[in-house]
Design a protein around this ligand. Structure first.
Ligand SMILES: [Zn+2]
Length: 195
C-alpha cells in the first residue's frame, strides 16, 4: 500500500539530507524516483535539492501553477516512477496536496513530502496545513534549541540581529537568517513582543 508521508520540522533539521538519502535508497535497488523542489527557493541553483552536508540531486521545480499529478501521470506513460519526493512542501497549495493524494490513491506511487511546519510567526504554511491534515504518516524530524529542548519553531532574524515580529510569510531574495527555537524561547522572542 502506497502512502503519503509528511516529514516536518523547523529549520536546519536535515530535511534535505533525509530526502536525498531516501531517494538514493530507491535508486540503489534499481528503482526510479522523481524529486521536486519549490521554484520560490533561490538559495541554490535552479532544479537542485542540496543538503548542508554537501550532497545534492537534480530536481524538477514546482510553482503554484504546476499540476504535479498530471506531470507524474505523463512520466509514467513512458517511464517508471517508484517514489515521488518533494522538498520545500510547505509552499504547495492545498490543491497540489490533493494532487499528491491522487498520486498515492490512483497511481499507487508513494509520495514523501518534506517541509517546515510553521513560519517565523508560528503560523502554518498552506502546504504544511494540508499535509498535516491529509498525510497517511506524519514524521517529525527533530532539531534542538540553544537551550537543548526540541526546537519546533523558527524565527527570522532581521538585519539588526533581532527576531522579526511581522513581515511577509515568504521573503524572496532577502538576506534574513532563520533560527530554530523551542516553543518557550520562541514565545519570548516573538509572541510576547507582538502587540
Ligand atoms: Zn529553548
Amino acid at each position: 500500500m502506497s502512502k503519503l508521508y509528511f516529514y516536518y520540522s523547523s529549520m536546519n533539521a536535515g530535511k534535505s539530507t533525509h530526502l536525498l538519502q531516501s531517494s538514493y535508497n530507491y535508486k540503489e535497488r534499481g528503482m526510479n524516483t522523481i524529486v521536486y523542489t519549490a521554484k520560490i527557493d533561490d538559495r541554490f541553483s535552479e532544479g537542485k535539492v542540496s543538503s548542508r552536508l554537501g550532497i545534492h540531486a537534480d530536481a524538477k521545480l514546482f510553482d503554484e501553477n504546476t499540476n504535479i499529478f498530471d506531470e507524474i501521470a505523463d512520466i509514467i506513460s513512458t517511464d517508471t516512477c517508484d517514489c515521488v519526493l518533494i522538498d520545500e512542501s510547505q509552499f504547495l497549495t492545498k490543491v497540489q496536496v490533493k494532487q499528491l493524494t491522487d498520486i498515492v490513491d490512483t497511481l499507487g506511487i508513494p509520495v514523501l513530502a518534506y517541509g517546515i511546519r510553521t513560519d517565523f510567526l508560528g503560523e502554518t504554511f498552506s502546504g504544511s496545513a494540508a499535509l498535516l491534515a491529509w498525510a497517511d504518516k506524519l514524521v517529525e524530524l527533530k532539531t534542538i534549541c540553544h537551550c537543548g529542548k526540541k526546537a519546533g519553531f523558527v524565527t527570522r532574524i532581521d538585519e539588526q540581529g533581532n527576531a522579526a515580529i511581522d513581515g511577509e510569510q515568504i521573503e524572496i531574495g532577502g538576506n534574513e537568517r532563520y533560527e530554530a527555537l523551542c516553543r518557550k524561547h520562541f514565545k519570548e522572542l516573538v509572541w510576547d513582543r507582538q502587540t
